[in-house]
Design a protein around this ligand. Sequence first.
Ligand code: ASP
Length: 341
Amino acid sequence: MNISDHGHSAALPRIALIGTGGTIAGAGTAPEAAASAAYRSAVVSAQDLLAAVPGLQRLARLQAEQLLQIDSADFTDDQLLRLARRVAALCARDDVDGVVVTHGTDTLEESAYFLHLTVKSAKPIVLTGAMRPGTAPAADGPVNLLHAVAVAAHPSSAGRGVLVVMNEEVHSARDVAKVHSMRLDAFAAPHGPLGTVVEGAPRWYRAVTRPHTLHSEFDLAAIDALPLVGVVTSHGNMQREIFDAWVALGARAIVHAGFGGGTVPDYLKPVFHELCASGVPIVRCSRVGAGPVIRNASFDDDACGSVVADDQNPPRARLLAALALTRTQEAGELQKIFDRY
Ligand code: ASP
């Protein structure tokens, strides 16, 4: 890929756009597609997405590439690694000033967090998507893409870690999540957005203090495949066999999305002790999706050898656990990583 200036000012930042699919690349499938739920995701090319947004060329010199064309539900760890390697390669180039990734919203928070922890660059990396396909009335994709490029092209966005731009808000990949299945304000973070997009530029209100990107210890070059980590979500009447199934599959750790503050049912406590003793650490987080799980609060983590995930939600705890396992298998060291990130 060569980023050319297409006749525009050579002073404009050079932004690489990576298309991966999702609803932002979706199109209605029926005449009644005025209803935005009837559509196919991942059909419009990254080039066509750019062409559909007036004003983009005034913000940046843009070059699009299609890395994947999938519904984000179909992301595997291999594809996640492929995306991270491509973003890292683009960020390493002198002729790229920032990267925008268009992505399905269903797993956008997972890809964003993985890039946040693995791409060694201070250049702006922005993910965006859409809740409605481009054919829907009041489609949100074009304005989200415009804002994503505006944020990626703005010098103040550098060094803030990976950002998610949706619905005029700029979130940190550390804690943003999809919290609604349909609404345009589907993305939220427990500690609030880092900023907003005002008059076409980011306006910042807070910054993340936990390490990321350049200061992260995880090394993509040293990872061929991510260690397998399972997630088991709590509900009434749980069965231990689900945990055993993850062990049989070769899981190196299991994230338990417990009730409330991470509560473990009494009947599972001996199972957790057994698993941790056998070398498969349990990482305790909450199915609630916000707020920390406190070590030793409702469960004796010290006695069990389990780990608490601080305020990370289950999908992000899975990714951090998998990356942490590329550094250590020891529960105390895993805990330090969860405390740090
Ligand atoms: N299923 C779609 C996806 O995640 C939803 C979306 O993009 O909003 O790819």
